[in-house]
Design a protein around this ligand. Structure first.
Ligand SMILES: Nc1ccn([C@@H]2O[C@H](COP(=O)(O)OP(=O)(O)OP(=O)(O)O)[C@@H](O)[C@H]2O)c(=O)n1
Ligand SMILES: C[C@](O)(CO)[C@H](O)COP(=O)(O)O
Length: 230
């Protein structure tokens, strides 16, 4: 069986909206509802653990759970001050029978079943994978005083997305390692890297954007509109 931890416990501060960005409407439903629906409809996913801000439990129940009546959400749990803490809280309640655990940003509503499938198969084969896409720009690594240190070769650089998928024992070990060594990462793959384990990149999609700032909402509306016309 495979579990998905969907993260929605952030503050959405960069979105500068009245409401946490997860509950902003994108086309016909809240952002988080788009995200959960993809996992709900993916045959490779058996359970969904939804991680929310406990202060938003009522809004989540009223606007999401009572309205869409998802069958695969087995647990609704509180997140933490950092994304990593939210993931850790999710890991604590994953069904122990799970082989693969996916961690996904609730703020990435344009994820697809195909990306999920690639992540599950990748984690089965390699132990730890992250969705991602090759960069299209040129990247500069800077010094502290903002001078260019060097320019990595474009073919060596990908943009990390989610889902990130892991064999259960690997990701649990990585989070315990991070706590022991006081490592705070911006993604879960980084914690596995810090343990000296390999992480394989699998093909995400340029449309699998993270809705972080207002213009991302405009982009997501446009992508959804375009996809509906296909
Ligand atoms: N303590 C946190 C921080 C983030 N997240 C989730 O992790 C995903 C990626 O984080 P990000 O896009 O940075 O969301 P926020 O932290 O809410 O945004 P901001 O940094 O603008 O406040 C989001 O779905 C967010 O809800 C979480 O569950 N718990
Ligand atoms: C996990 C992630 O989406 C990979 O790109 C990203 O690191 C999340 O960062 P955020 O600051 O929590 O948005």
């Amino acid at each position: 069986m495979n579990s998905a931890i969907i993260l929605a416990a952030g503050k959405g501060s960069r979105m500068k909206a009245e409401l946490n960005k997860q509950y902003l409407v994108l086309k016909d439903k809240p952002i988080i509802a788009h995200t959960i629906t993809v996992f709900e409809n993916c045959p490779l996913i058996d359970e969904i653990i939804l991680v929310i801000n406990p202060e938003e439990e009522e809004i989540c129940k009223k606007r999401i759970l009572d309205r869409f009546k998802y069958k695969k959400i087995t647990k609704l749990i509180g997140g933490g001050a950092e994304r990593q803490r939210s993931v850790h809280n999710g890991l604590n309640v994953v069904d122990p029978r799970s082989q693969i655990v996916l961690v996904h940003d609730g703020a990435r509503p344009l994820v697809t079943s195909k990306i999920i499938e690639r992540c599950v198969k990748g984690a089965q084969a390699f132990g730890a994978v992250s969705a991602g896409v090759p960069i299209k720009e040129t990247i500069k690594i800077m010094t502290k005083d903002r001078f260019v240190q060097y320019t990595p070769k474009r073919e060596d650089v990908w943009i990390t997305q989610t889902p990130q998928a892991f064999q259960l024992e690997i990701i649990k070990k990585a989070h315990d390692f991070a706590i022991l060594h006081e490592i705070l990462g911006t993604d879960d793959a980084m914690l596995v890297e810090h343990m000296g384990e390999k992480v394989r990149m699998v093909e995400g999609d340029y449309e699998n954007i993270k809705i972080t700032t207002p213009e991302d909402l405009i982009a997501a509306e446009a992508i959804l509109g375009y996809k509906r016309r296909l």
